[in-house]
Design a protein around this ligand. Structure first.
Ligand SMILES: C[S@@+](CC[C@H](N)C(=O)[O-])C[C@H]1O[C@@H](n2cnc3c(N)ncnc32)[C@H](O)[C@@H]1O
Length: 512
């Protein structure tokens, strides 16, 4: 059996995966565009002993109390509102982002709250008294992203059993389900007008160079990615064009590239709008912007940009100042920085309130450019900061950021994996005197077992609060369970929405 008809989606799990059941009780996992209580037709893509994986082919009926909004983006496609599309139109749909735009923002938040309640069911059984507070909304529902990564590629559709190339020069996002195809994007609703305008301008410059796009299937071509980062509170822009130059062998193409570089250097519009333009030469096979072998060259500016986070000390420091505090950050092309700047202000301020007034040492095990620790110190929390981070450029930024915020005498940063930090950098142990707060804000994966045991060991030596921030409630739930086994107890937990229109969820926990 390849297809299933009239299946009712019972609930949505993390990652936006819909859950339904066959009449014999077997679970059906429905990827992409699943919404609770939709009745759908499905195509089976995987049959396992315990479950079936399927994609939606048609939506038969839906609950209008949940599905209550009209999609705003031309690149979104849903079988709810099937249209007759021309071949050209088909190259522009299904970009895979903003899957929740069929829901009004209040409904998106409600759905996220349900998903969080579900993800933490086991922990609620272990600690029945914990209350999951209502999710805090993002300050902006659209135009909130300060970083966008476009990919270049081809767009091919099948017609008459033959492959017809409709567009051999696209820049945009990977098409849902068909990773090698790139949906051609003109603008994106998640980034600001300034970023959209610069994207449009650069796109036209690159098209007019006649240089080819990189094809992820054949690994040939030139343009690979275009990453634009915006300093939302500084109006700075950092552009990183990622190319593969290994097949740029013909003299003609080399001179086309040299000409393009000259244009980028001298173009008055780019000079006016772009703080720094860098090019990354990446000849690796993986579809990533950089590898240890890639090389980034500065074309204009200093190769980095700055942003600020703005806070008040209200409800945090002892002096209860209401004045605005500005915290400045230098951000390099490959350093992590929270992608929703105003959302990060809410996230960090909320976390600071939950932790409360803190003295002593703050240890941040996944510190990026030092954003959480430096913000906390500027808010009057903690006396010293020790930050650990795997990306060396981010640690170089963190040292610089401590300096420009007047904290360089009070910080220590090390570029090393958190799971090895205490053995590779023994100095860290000496810096932990009077440890008051440990921060963990890891990537989506769960904490490495060494990090859990480090936290357990530290707990024996110090009385500290543990601030755990994560964008994956599933891995977080497992970690919290392990931390409970190590003797930690839960103080508070608060979901915050940093990613409207998408299924991503951020949660803050404070343990002790
Ligand atoms: C979600 S980000 C949080 C960064 C920072 N807290 C912030 O809010 O800007 C996670 C960070 O962990 C870093 N990272 C990933 N794996 C790591 C590891 N094994 N050890 C230390 N840092 C790691 C990433 O480079 C990234 O900067």
């Amino acid at each position: 059996m390849k297809f299933l008809k009239w299946i009712k989606i019972e609930k949505i799990g993390y990652g936006g995966i819909g859950l339904a059941r066959m009449s014999d009780g077997k679970r059906i996992l429905i990827k992409w565009w699943a919404l609770p209580w939709n009745v759908v037709d499905l195509k089976i893509v995987k049959q396992k002993k315990d479950y079936i994986e399927a994609h939606i082919t048609d939506i038969k009926s839906y609950d209008k109390t949940i599905v209550d909004a009209v999609p705003f983006c031309d690149h979104f496609f849903s079988s709810l509102e099937k249209k007759d599309l021309t071949d050209e139109e088909k190259t522009k749909i299904w970009c895979g982002g903003c899957k929740r735009q069929l829901l009004s923002y209040p409904n998106q938040l409600k759905l996220k709250q349900d998903i969080i309640e579900d993800a933490f069911t086991k922990i609620k059984k272990l600690v029945p008294e914990i209350a999951i507070l209502p999710i805090i909304a993002s300050p902006e529902e659209k135009w909130y992203r300060n970083k966008i990564e476009f990919s270049f590629g081809k767009y091919i559709i099948k017609r008459d059993d033959k492959l017809n190339i409709l567009s051999d020069w696209s820049v945009g996002f990977h098409k849902q389900w068909e990773f090698s195809k790139i949906v051609n994007i003109d603008s994106c609703w998640l980034i600001s007008t300034a970023t959209n305008e610069i994207f449009w301008y650069i796109k036209n410059l690159l098209i007019s160079s006649w240089l080819p796009v990189y094809d992820q299937k054949t690994h040939k071509g030139f343009f690979r990615h275009l990453v634009i980062r915006e300093g939302v509170n500084t109006q700075q822009l950092l552009v990183n064009l990622v190319v593969s130059d290994q097949y740029l062998v013909e003299d003609e193409q080399k001179s086309q590239w040299d000409n393009l570089l000259e244009i980028i250097k001298n173009d008055s519009y780019l000079k006016d709008k772009v703080t720094s333009f860098v090019v990354t030469y990446n000849n690796g096979l993986a579809d990533v912007t950089h590898t240890p072998d890639s090389e980034t060259k500065i074309i204009t500016g200093e190769g980095q940009m700055y942003d600020k986070l703005l806070f008040t000390k209200e409800n945090i420091s002892e002096d209860q100042e209401k004045n605005e505090i500005e915290v400045s950050f230098r951000i390099s092309p490959f350093s992590f920085f929270q992608t929703n700047t105003h959302g990060a202000e809410v996230l960090f301020h909320t976390a600071a309130q939950m932790v409360g007034y803190t003295k002593g040492t703050i240890l941040d095990l996944y510190c990026g450019t030092g954003s959480i620790g430096i913000s906390f110190m500027k808010l009057g929390m903690g006396d010293n900061l020790v930050g650990i981070e795997i990306v060396e450029d981010a640690i170089i930024d963190a040292w610089h950021n401590a300096k420009i915020n007047g904290l360089d005498e009070k910080v220590f940063f090390a570029a090393t994996p958190a799971e090895k930090a205490f053995t590779t950098v023994p100095e860290i142990t000496q810096k932990l005197e009077n440890l008051w707060l440990v921060v963990v804000d890891p990537p989506r994966d769960w904490l490495h077992k060494n990090v859990i045991s480090t936290l357990a060991q530290l707990k024996k030596e110090y009385e500290f609060k543990l601030l755990y921030i994560s964008c994956n409630p599933i891995t977080m739930a497992r970690d919290i369970e392990l931390l409970l086994q190590e003797g930690f107890s839960i103080k508070s937990l608060q979901p915050v929405d940093m990613f409207p229109q998408t299924h991503h969820i951020e949660t803050i926990w404070v343990l002790q």
